[in-house]
Design a protein around this ligand. Structure first.
Ligand SMILES: C[S@@+](CC[C@H](N)C(=O)[O-])C[C@H]1O[C@@H](n2cnc3c(N)ncnc32)[C@H](O)[C@@H]1O
Length: 232
């Protein structure tokens, strides 16, 4: 199916250019939906803070680091559609899970949801199905890469975003590196934010506080779990 005939929410030439710069073949094209059902399980994925930051920043591009089954990207995508915004969402994820996904094979959410096929996660296909099901294929662009390699690609291609949501690996050193690489990619006046700031079991708070402290940046806390850093 040609790109232009895919289920459409909103589109501009720039949207198509970004998609084509990453994918020579549209990843939604020819997807076999047999056997899938909509399952967008996530964590804190439908919080008001997403809508508030979209209203505040009026983004043209959102980058999400860590998308899992797509719940937070779909929540933002549906809100953007409702607002008749042409904003795109670039979803960067390996779709291989973080350390937490591999720690307990009995964990029915974090491990089982990886849907291992011959030992390799098929989680990505659930993400694609969910986006197709919600008719957001021309707004949500998957970038199946590590956050760090994707940040290099974005810098090389001079892509900057108004809003960047960091929700990938939750280990302190990884979060710290995501902050280092992605604050650079936020446009002036834009916002970098993330989840799990209030969860002591993760390294998120330590990383955010260290990063912000070293650069004398203000960190706002929203809805008990979200940290927000604005770029002047
Ligand atoms: C907490 S989940 C994201 C949840 C999603 N934002 C939601 O609300 O449903 C974390 C995701 O980060 C991805 N991830 C972990 N480390 C990563 C890395 N270094 N680069 C890219 N993605 C990573 C995992 O594959 C996983 O899908």
């Amino acid at each position: 199916m040609p790109l232009e005939q895919l289920p459409s929410s909103s589109s501009s030439k720039t949207d198509m250019e970004l998609m084509r710069a990453i994918h020579s073949v549209n990843p939604y094209e020819g997807f076999d939906t047999t056997g899938f059902r909509y399952d967008a399980q996530g964590w804190n994925s439908e919080r008001q803070v997403f809508k508030d930051l979209i209203d505040q920043v009026c983004p043209q591009l959102i980058i999400e680091i860590g998308s899992w089954k797509g719940a937070s990207a779909i929540f933002m995508g549906e809100y953007l559609r409702q607002k008749k915004s042409s904003c795109l969402i670039l979803c960067v994820d390996t779709w291989l899970g973080g350390l937490d996904s591999w720690q307990d094979p009995k964990n029915s959410i974090r491990y089982t949801a990886l849907k291992l096929k011959q030992g390799y996660p098929a989680l990505y296909y659930q993400f694609l199905f969910n986006v197709i099901d919600r008719r957001l294929t021309d707004r949500i662009i998957p970038f199946p890469q590590t956050s760090i390699i994707a940040s290099r690609w974005l810098k090389q291609n001079r892509v900057e975003a108004d809003l960047i949501y960091i929700d990938g690996s939750h280990d302190e050193e990884d979060v710290y590196l995501d902050l280092v690489h992605y604050l650079e990619l936020v446009k002036k006046g834009g916002v970098l934010f993330g989840d799990d700031y209030g969860d002591a079991a993760t390294g998120v708070k330590a990383a955010v506080d260290r990063f912000a402290g070293e650069r004398s940046l203000a960190v706002e806390m929203k809805e008990d779990q979200f940290w927000v850093i604005s770029k002047e």
